[in-house]
Design a protein around this ligand. Structure first.
Ligand code: R5P
Length: 294
């Protein structure tokens, strides 16, 4: 098996760790951007008869990352690979998983079909927004849960309250709470599909005097977690920490969370680090290695 590291820093770091866990050879893709913005990749060695696993996270700029992932599949097959699989630690476009408004695309299906059309026969990702979305991928696809492993790495124990900031994250909270033997609860959030505005329904949470860990798949603008954190602190929570798979952290998210009273964010290393001490990263490549190697 050969692990090919895609161009971005986050992809390279993840690929190195994955190759280390699997004891596999690592090949770094050469890459450049043409003056007009088009992407170029090259695999400068024969991959004759090899099972090739490309690591390319679909981090911002998502469209370029996606194109590079597709180009890498074709490059690997052209260099003789017997099969090519993709590890995309962050699967972009996963949240547009249905037609919320008439006339919208199911973006995640389009992305998955495009990756298969480029040549990928298997796909591994970390905590996809909705598991069912992966059915659109014509080959085998797996979404790997990072929370249990992250909890063991940071030494999280059961004397916390695990909270899902919306019903979509309830299964995530249940998994994390189950792994550490903690209580869990959830909030109900509604998002305006046109303006993006978030409303969290008022709810009594048994948070008084407790350390709370909010668990979600993604922090993007930080709005969801900030609203949940403020509500919990108003209800007497002692401290708020957050565990997420994907810390996109756009539009001043770190500051928003700090202002809302969040002490720390634990994030998997699926995206480039934000470079703020508030966000602590856990390398989850060993979780993916188990699936790739097994
Ligand atoms: C939505 O359902 C997701 O699970 C996340 O809660 C959401 O994408 C987070 O976005 P933001 O940080 O912008 O509120």
């Amino acid at each position: 098996m050969i692990i090919v590291a895609g161009p971005s820093r986050a992809s390279r770091g993840f690929a190195e760790s994955l190759a280390g866990s699997l004891g596999a050879r690592l090949v770094e893709a050469q890459h450049k951007v043409f003056p007009d913005g088009e992407r170029y990749v090259r695999l400068d060695e024969s991959l004759e008869g090899e099972r090739v696993v490309v690591v390319q996270t679909l981090s911002p700029p998502q469209d370029s990352s996606l194109v590079e992932a597709m180009l890498l599949a074709d490059a690997a097959l052209g260099a003789g690979a017997s099969s090519v699989e993709l590890v995309a630690p962050y699967l972009a476009y996963a949240r547009q998983d249905r037609r919320f408004l008439p006339g919208e695309p199911v973006s995640v299906s389009v992305v998955l079909k495009a990756l298969a059309a480029a040549g990928y026969s298997r796909l591994y990702t970390v905590e996809v927004h909705k598991q069912e979305s992966l059915r659109a991928f014509p080959g085998e696809a797996a979404s790997l849960s990072p929370y249990e492993y992250m909890a063991s790495k940071i030494g999280l124990s059961g004397d916390v309250l695990v909270l899902a900031p919306d019903i979509g994250a309830l299964d995530r909270a249940r998994r994390l709470a189950g792994a550490i033997g903690a209580d869990y609860d959830y909030l109900v959030k509604r998002r305006d599909r046109v303006t993006g505005e978030i409303v969290v329904e008022p709810k009594e949470i048994p948070a008084k005097g407790r350390d709370v860990v909010i668990v979600d798949d993604i922090i993007s603008t930080g709005g969801t977690v900030a609203k949940a954190a403020s509500m919990l602190l108003e209800q007497g929570a002692r401290s708020i920490r957050v565990m997420v798979a994907h810390a996109l952290m756009v539009g001043g998210a770190v500051e928003k969370l700090r202002k809302a009273g969040v002490e720390r964010v634990y994030a998997a290393n699926t995206l480039p680090p934000v470079g703020d001490p508030m966000v602590e990263y856990v390398d989850v490549a060993p979780v993916v290695a188990e699936a790739v190697g097994g």
